[in-house]
Design a protein around this ligand. Structure first.
Ligand code: SF4
Length: 437
């Protein structure tokens, strides 16, 4: 309190923190997780609440940190026999939010839902345990779990919920904790309230695992020596008009708008390749946008031809048009991909025909990540409109002047159509700047 009061100074300080978040937070976390658990590669799985199985012991892992959830997957296999002794067919682990993204990307574990579906998972009546670590965990979960037989288990000392069972997780006791948690789920399984069971029969196929390494591996089937060449050539000739990264949360205030899905579809139709992370990935997967069939249905004709060529070289009818690059932390992967393309094209990132969008952002983290991309020189569409428009100066800096400093700027569009319009116009402007049609 009582320090900086100059809006320009404060905005510039915020940008610096965005850089720190990007390199010291996102990239570092992703790298360390890849070192410990492996780099993701192409995997096929399923999404939506229909991945819960009535005849299995179901454990939902929810939050953001893959340390505990990876251990739970490991121990679920070891304790499968115990579930069979109870009359279940085995143990079914499914993911929620970004823990779901992490497990899907590396292990092909089905993901049950995005942030707004965490309560609904419990309401199916067949979640025997929901295990949470940190972030995006609704405090209401225990009240809902109390209406069912579900054990809500918190695992981090600074994330507790009254009434939930707290089993502290630390890496030194990872095996013990994972075993204990699964035993709690097994204990809960016989207590299901049969009259309260309702599992929606909704699920879709999803192809995921698009780390930068996986994308390069797929492209190298077309050009082993210069894997980025097919991508860059197709951007240059306009078959791929541009690339948009759609990321971030599902916003309850935008209920019914399906901003993620509609924006993705409009961009694809305009031959813009879409990559993304976070709860966007759940929404896109549930909408059926992450399959080779989606390329046929949603991609514009030029983009479709490119994705079919890359797909065929990799044993698929087509590459999905919406590429799942991971959890919110994995937004660092998008920055790395942009860096690689820029380096190959020998231009700075701010000149690339690309844009970012967090069309339903909720969390502080989403704003921090958006700020990182502004520092990289990327135009970032934000919705809902950030609460800064009371200041004409701040609005002007974010939407115009910043472009002269980092090359990035904030774009506004409050409907999928408006958002697509500003993103497409921005990409067109960048193409013109590079002398591309
Ligand atoms: S995208 Fe947003 S709501 Fe979803 S898990 Fe990440 S931070 Fe939470």
């Amino acid at each position: 309190m009582g320090n900086d009061a100059d809006p320009i100074n404060m905005l510039l300080s915020t940008l610096k923190i965005g850089l720190v978040d990007g390199y010291g937070g996102l990239n570092l976390a992703t790298d360390m997780q890849d070192v410990i658990f492996g780099t993701p590669y192409l995997t096929k799985s399923e999404s939506n609440l229909g991945v819960l199985k009535e005849d299995y012991v179901n454990i939902v892992v929810h939050g953001h940190v893959p340390l505990l959830s990876e251990k739970i997957v490991e121990w679920a296999k070891k304790l499968d026999k115990e579930a069979k002794k109870l009359g279940a067919k085995g143990i079914n682990i499914v993911g929620m939010c970004c823990t779901g993204n992490e497990l899907l990307m590396r292990q092909g574990i089905p993901f049950a839902g995005h942030v707004l579906q965490q309560e609904l998972a419990i309401v199916t009546g067949i979640v025997d345990a929901m295990v949470v670590d940190l972030q995006c965990i609704y405090p209401s979960l225990q009240d809902i779990a109390a209406c069912y037989h579900t054990k809500l288990i918190t695992t981090i000392d600074f994330v507790k919920i009254p009434g939930a069972l707290h089993i502290k997780f630390d890496v030194e006791h990872a095996d013990e904790t994972a075993r204990q948690i699964i035993m709690e789920a097994l204990k809960a399984y016989p207590n299901r309230k049969k009259e309260r069971i309702y599992v929606p029969n909704e699920k879709t196929t999803v192809y995921a695992g698009f780390s930068v390494e996986a994308i390069i591996a797929a492209l190298s089937k077309l050009n082993k020596k210069e894997p980025l060449k097919p991508l860059v050539d197709n951007i240059a000739n306009g078959n791929i008009f541009g690339v948009a990264a759609i990321v971030g949360c599902r916003n309850p205030k935008l209920r019914g708008l399906k901003f993620h899905e509609e924006l993705t579809k409009i961009l694809l139709k305009n031959n813009i390749l879409v990559v993304g992370t976070g709860c966007w990935a759940h929404a896109a997967a549930q909408e059926g946008l992450m399959t080779p069939e989606a390329t046929e249905k949603y991609a514009g004709p030029k983009l479709k031809a490119v994705l079919q060529a890359i797909g065929r070289a990799n044993g698929l009818p087509a590459l999905p048009p919406a590429l799942h690059m991971g959890s919110c932390v994995d937004n660092g992967r998008i920055g790395v991909l942009l860096g690689a393309i820029a380096e190959y094209m020998k231009v700075p990132i701010y000149k690339l025909p690309v844009a970012g969008s967090a069309p339903e952002y909720v969390t502080e983290k989403a704003v921090a990540i958006g700020t990182y991309f502004l520092t990289l020189g990327v135009a970032v569409h934000l919705n809902p409109v950030p609460p800064v428009t009371g200041s004409a100066l701040v609005t002007k800096v974010l939407m115009q002047d910043l472009e002269k400093i980092t090359g990035g700027k904030v774009l506004i569009g409050t409907t999928p159509e408006e958002a697509a319009k500003v993103i497409i116009a921005h990409i067109k402007e960048k193409r013109n700047g590079l002398g591309l049609e």
